[in-house]
Ligand binder design. Structure first.
Ligand code: P6P
Length: 350
């Protein structure tokens, strides 16, 4: 279905200065798809509800008994924080019975999450990282939920792993919630990127950032420089270029908080590049730390929708065919010129 972007953008532009709830905005966007059934709209509503519920806990994590680790380890070998489990369960419980999904998968679970046998099936697939950056919970650093929505590929029956391992370019929608100084939900259905800020006094998300575009002049580069010794020559030289060492470009400031959603959101609004490159610090894990399905593909979708780009250093993230749910890939995501430069340095020096 061809979308008249001009009319969609002009319609979005007409929102400026008005009080627009996320429900109204999503419904208005649905009108761009005459044959839409409202199912995707309702999935997005449920994600917004999950965000409100999780936000109510993250803003009080320091007070409730939910603080601290649950003592278990997830498939990544990371200590599971109680808030992780809570967020994971909230998203699952809000979506398992609706008849809108064929299958789910969560970064906190090793395999796919089937829709319970006594619930109806739908035609969408929901993949989510319930609380990314959760190691930051106890030190009050912003954390986030990341989600990705596809149409099922298989015909009928319960959704399968194949439905969850789709290329990012086939995403129907993707987004994140950032639990920070304010709670924001940022998403795209392929008609640009739009941000909504939660008013906790009334529990409503309001359109605060219509049609987000990455600023043409970048400000930041975001990487864990502590691992520099483990990077390839190309990544080391790329980082020096970002620092302006070769005098051909203005130096960028380093901003890295160790929470993907917080780092990505800042660069989305200010301009810059986030990268988690392949490194040799762990010989058993040499393709970087971030997961293709739960982190890199949704963030790449948003970046491209906001006028940016995302690569592994050699391949467009959205073109990658996932081979496993927890597959990790390197990622460079942000302003197109900065992402392009990363590919050039890696091509020349690696
Ligand atoms: P490091 C959090 O665990 C995460 O997946 C991302 O949110 C974050 O950007 C990255 O890992 C931080 O990893 O190795 O720099 O601590």
């Amino acid at each position: 279905m061809a979308i008249n972007v001009d009319s969609a953008v002009s319609e979005i532009g007409s929102y400026t200065g008005k009080i627009v709830t996320i429900e109204r905005f999503i419904l208005d966007q649905q009108r761009s798809y005459p044959d839409a059934t409202g199912t995707l709209t309702n999935i997005l509503y449920d994600i917004a509800l999950a965000a409100k519920i999780i936000a109510s806990k993250t803003t009080r994590a320091g007070l409730a008994d939910i603080l601290g680790s649950a003592g278990k380890e997830n498939v990544q070998g990371e200590v599971v924080q109680k808030l992780d489990e809570y967020a994971d369960q909230i998203i699952f419980k809000l979506n398992d019975h609706t008849g809108r999904l064929a299958v789910m998968a969560s970064e906190e679970h090793e395999g796919i999450i089937p829709i319970p046998a006594h619930f109806p099936l739908g035609s969408y697939v929901l993949l989510y990282d319930p609380l990314d950056g959760s190691s930051n919970i106890d030190v009050n650093v912003s954390i986030g939920t990341i989600f990705a929505i596809y149409k099922r590929k298989t015909e009928g029956g319960r959704g399968t792993l194949e439905d969850c391992l789709q290329k990012g370019r086939d995403l129907i929608a993707a987004g994140y919630v950032i639990y920070g100084s304010s709670t924001m939900l940022v998403y795209s259905t392929g008609q640009g990127v739009h941000g909504f800020t939660l008013d906790p006094t009334i529990g409503e998300f309001f359109l605060s950032h219509p049609n987000i575009r990455i600023p043409a002049t970048p400000k930041f580069y975001s990487v864990n420089q502590g691992y520099e010794q483990f990077w390839s020559e190309g990544v080391k030289r790329y980082t020096e270029w970002l620092q302006g060492k070769d005098k051909t470009a203005k130096p960028l400031s380093l901003r890295y908080i160790g929470s993907l959603v917080a780092d990505f959101h800042r660069n989305l609004l200010s301009g810059g590049v986030y990268y988690y490159p392949a490194d040799s610090k762990d010989p058993t894990q040499t393709t970087g730390k971030l997961r293709l399905v739960y982190e890199c593909a949704p963030m790449a979708f948003l970046a491209e929708q906001a006028g940016g780009a995302a690569t592994t250093g050699t391949e467009r993230i959205l073109d990658m065919q996932p081979t496993a749910l927890h597959q990790r890939v390197p990622i460079f995501v942000g302003n197109i010129p900065l992402v392009t430069k990363a590919k050039e340095f890696i091509r020349e020096f690696d």
